[in-house]
Design a protein around this ligand. Structure first.
Ligand SMILES: Cc1ncc(COP(=O)(O)O)c(C=O)c1O
Length: 398
């Protein structure tokens, strides 16, 4: 037998990584030691943490922690099955009932993540003869769901309902259409054109869907999201929320009519083919809903901190884009500069992750900051001072 030729079939992956290194875009994972808190230790360095989605500090809230421990003691650490076989526990159903009540919808289905909720739902509801009309900055999970559905994808410029209207006008009245936007855009922190798109959905008979991942726990009464913030209850057919950001634990959900939820129970592939949450996760999420109802001052603190920090960055002269939420980008321009900014901030004691192409446009690389309700004023002022020093050093501000 001939001596086998030594092959490296995955060698091209290494070349791709080398290219990222050369472009200054290679991302090393920062390792968190201990809890996810506003002041935390990453890579052995204590920093003011402006990189989490832990808007309300619920990852370490005593009521959630205790609920998770209690559920673990009572029910064990896993559900042991997918929902449709043996993995639907009473606590999963309780969470869905509580979320439906909170969102003022008939029913809710919980998925393992917000990603699974978006991708699984779009792919289940649409098929190849349908069309999706989607904001250009919608989240990757929506884009993947659209691709999986095999529906035609029509993208309209960011937050441009007039452009969406022109797209819709060209489509046959008989064709099934899904009009979809993020409630809050995750990289820019601005709000989707929800009311205008709802009006279009009505005019053109579209299914209206909003991904409220970054609005859950942040916008609307007690954190009910943009549908409540804009008072468009009843006008959004499919509301997606996440349990992984402000809610402090893990998961995603779809809120809507009982028919929609029953349909997803039968057709959404992440629901059908992936194991359900450990009971501790469901219990923590239920406790989070109690906190949103009983302790709304936490949301007020989030907004106070947001105003303080965003105002401070603007006063320093940074380009913070059009953010309307606790997500504030600090736009540096070129990818390597954004990564340099992030690295220097970290050395000086502030963690704000650099984000470059393909996550954002090539010339809009940035560090993304997210304040939380649990940051102290001193921590935020310290971060502003560091931003000022490093921003001047790198010539981003004067
Ligand atoms: C807009 C948006 N939708 C959905 C998701 C996915 O949520 P999850 O982290 O729960 O999977 C994210 C998370 O980054 C997001 O930013």
């Amino acid at each position: 037998m001939a001596t086998p030729v030594r092959r490296a079939p995955l060698g091209f992956l290494g070349s791709e990584l080398d290219t990222l290194q050369q472009q200054g875009l290679y991302r090393r994972l920062r390792i968190l030691e201990g809890e996810q808190r506003p002041k935390a230790t990453f890579d052995h360095r204590q920093v003011v943490n402006l990189s989490s989605n832990n808007y309300l500090g619920l990852t370490t809230h005593p009521r959630l922690r205790e609920a998770a421990l209690e559920a673990t003691r009572k029910y064990g650490v896993g559900s042991g099955s997918v929902r449709t076989i043996a993995g639907t526990m009473e606590i999963h159903m309780e969470l869905e009932r509580r979320l439906a009540d909170f969102k003022h919808t008939e029913a809710v289905v919980v998925f393992q993540s917000g990603f699974a909720a978006n991708a699984g739902t779009v792919a289940a509801v649409l098929s190849k003869d349908d069309v999706v009309v989607s904001d250009e900055l919608n989240h990757a999970s929506i884009i993947d769901g659209c691709r999986l559905s095999k529906a035609a994808i029509k993208v309209f410029p960011h937050k441009d309902p007039d452009a969406a209207r022109r797209v819709l006008k060209e489509l046959p009245a008989s064709q099934r259409k899904l009009l979809i936007t993020d409630g809050v855009f995750s990289m820019d922190g601005d709000l989707g054109a929800v009311p205008d798109l709802c009006a279009l959905a009505e005019e053109f008979g579209c299914i209206m869907m909003v991904d409220d991942a970054h609005a859950s726990g942040v916008f609307g009464k007690n954190g009910r999201g943009t549908i409540d913030h804009f008072n468009v209850h009843g006008h959004v057919d499919i509301q997606v929320g996440t349990l992984s950001k402000a809610i402090g634990s893990l998961g995603g959900y779809v809120a809507g009519s009982r028919t929609l939820i029953e349909f997803l129970y039968h057709h959404a592939r992440p629901f059908l083919f992936s194991t359900s949450h450990p009971p501790a996760v469901a219990a923590a999420c239920i406790a989070a809903l109690d906190v949103l109802t009983d302790e709304p001052h936490i949301i007020d603190r989030l907004w106070d901190n947001t105003r303080f920090f965003k105002g401070g960055l603007k006063a320093l002269g940074f380009n913070t884009g059009l953010s309307e939420s606790p997500i504030t980008p600090v736009i540096a321009g070129e990818g390597a500069l954004a990564m340099k900014l992030s690295d220097r901030l970290f050395q000086e004691g502030v963690f704000a992750q650099g984000i470059a192409f393909p996550t954002v446009a090539r010339d809009k690389a940035r560090v993304r900051t997210i304040v939380t309700a649990t940051h102290t004023r001193e921590e935020l002022q310290f971060a502003l001072d560091v931003f000022g020093k490093v921003g001047r050093e790198l010539g981003i501000i004067n």
